[in-house]
Design a protein. Structure first.
Length: 415
């Protein structure tokens, strides 16, 4: 029996709307939960891949460079290509090239090598971007079931069951896609974090799901790092990492780093080899199903988009260009959704049923202080001043002041 291979991608997002600014500050402190998670992964020499935007790493450079150094020097850790900030290209399509150019400058300055695989925030990839991807050396994109819709460009009753697809747009520009598993494994992973199922149940399901696509070279599974903070489950993550190490040593599972040169060769060979089914060589059309939390609109949404679109990006200083790109982050819009669902900020209850008809729940809150940070950032941009200069800085919460001061430094300001 062939040992299944799984590529785990750890996803970082400094602007996650369900992680408060105060919690982000604690998470990235020396000795904070991020340090502990990274130490655990590296201690067990687990091959993993980091998906992040360049700003995530610049923030670490200025807040906790020890974590950054460990990530960029560990032989078992690789990085995917990312943008500068956590923005949705479909919201600000005119910014995509600017995002990628600024990201490349920062990744290179930090000495972080990236694979030619791109994961856009929230899998917000569409076919019109393919030419831009080619121009920056990206030949593969990550997708996810339930968000990205895939349709064969020819009629077929025997569509192949595969997570590796060839994509083509209407102008015959093509690229490769790898579909990450977002179904049962993700549900079990969240139950694991909430104490409903064991860590072994999650890993066993990874192995099961990998066996369902025997012609695929590996299964890709995405983990949101911030889910550990949302669920207050650092100890469970440590237990999960230890179990992954044990499964590897027992020969039940093989982990691989998605951004590594070895996996790049595997991906290339897979797409070049003859497929077992004629339909497997077909090209697929790509669609995006936007999540409901970005469908809300209110005055703040319109005001921010309009204000940014009125700015001439190329006339901005390097400081204000970075501030501009940060202001496009998508979690501002999910905050608006959260405010509509819970105007008082008490949060909403997320419930996961267990197999024993018991229920585990967690209250998910969004930090509305982030709305004030965004509004302060927009006022700073339009005034062409620094983040620490406007009077609105003095009215921010203590946690927001700490985060905004850090952003000011990341953008090139003097503290």
């Amino acid at each position: 029996m062939v040992t299944p291979t799984v590529c785990i991608v750890l996803y970082m997002n400094e602007s996650h709307s369900e992680v408060s600014t105060e919690e982000y500050n604690r998470m990235t402190d020396h000795g904070g939960s991020l340090s502990m998670m990274v130490d655990c992964v590296i201690e067990h020499d687990l091959p993993i891949c980091i998906s992040c935007q360049a700003l995530d790493l610049v923030l670490l450079e200025n807040k906790n460079v020890r974590v950054l150094d460990k990530l960029r020097t560990a032989s078992s850790v690789s990085f995917l290509t990312g943008m500068y900030s956590h923005a949705l290209p479909s919201f600000m399509p005119e910014c995509f090239d600017m995002q990628m150019a600024e990201a490349a400058r920062e990744f290179d300055r930090l000495g972080v090598s990236r694979a030619s695989i791109l994961m856009l925030p929230e899998f917000d990839i569409y076919s019109a971007l393919f030419p831009s991807l080619h121009s920056i050396g990206v030949d593969t994109v990550l997708l996810q079931h339930g968000i990205n819709e895939l349709h064969l460009q020819q009629e077929s009753i025997n569509a192949p069951h595969t997570n590796f697809v060839k994509l083509k747009n209407a102008n015959d520009v093509s690229t490769h896609g790898i579909v990450t598993h977002g179904g049962s494994v993700r549900d079990l992973y969240l139950k694991m974090l909430r104490g409903v199922v064991s860590v072994e149940a999650v890993i066993d399901d990874m192995i099961c799901q990998a066996s369902k696509t025997p012609n695929d070279p590996f299964l890709t599974f995405l983990i949101d790092l911030e889910a550990i903070q949302i669920n207050d489950s650092l100890s469970v993550f440590v237990e999960f990492a230890e179990a992954l190490d044990r499964y590897q040593r027992e020969g039940k599972l093989q982990l691989a780093s998605l951004g590594s040169p070895d996996i790049a060769k595997v991906i290339s060979a897979h797409f070049e080899k003859p497929m077992l089914s004629p339909t497997a060589t077909s090209h697929w059309y790509l669609g995006v199903r936007r999540k409901t939390k970005w469908k809300v609109r209110d005055d703040r949404h319109v005001d921010l988009l309009d204000a940014l679109k009125e700015e001439n990006f190329f006339l901005l200083s390097s400081y204000h260009r970075r501030l501009y790109l940060w202001l496009t982050n998508s979690d501002f819009y999910s905050l608006l959704r959260a405010r509509a669902k819970s105007p008082t900020g008490d949060g909403v209850i997320a419930i996961l049923p267990s197999t024993k008809n018991k229920y585990q729940f967690v209250i998910i809150k969004s930090d509305f202080c982030r709305l004030e940070e965004i509004q302060h950032g927009l006022a700073t941009l339009t005034s062409r001043k620094g983040l620490l200069e406007l009077h609105s800085y003095t009215s921010l919460s203590a946690a927001s002041k700490q985060k905004v001061k850090l952003l000011h430094k990341c953008f090139g300001g003097q503290c």
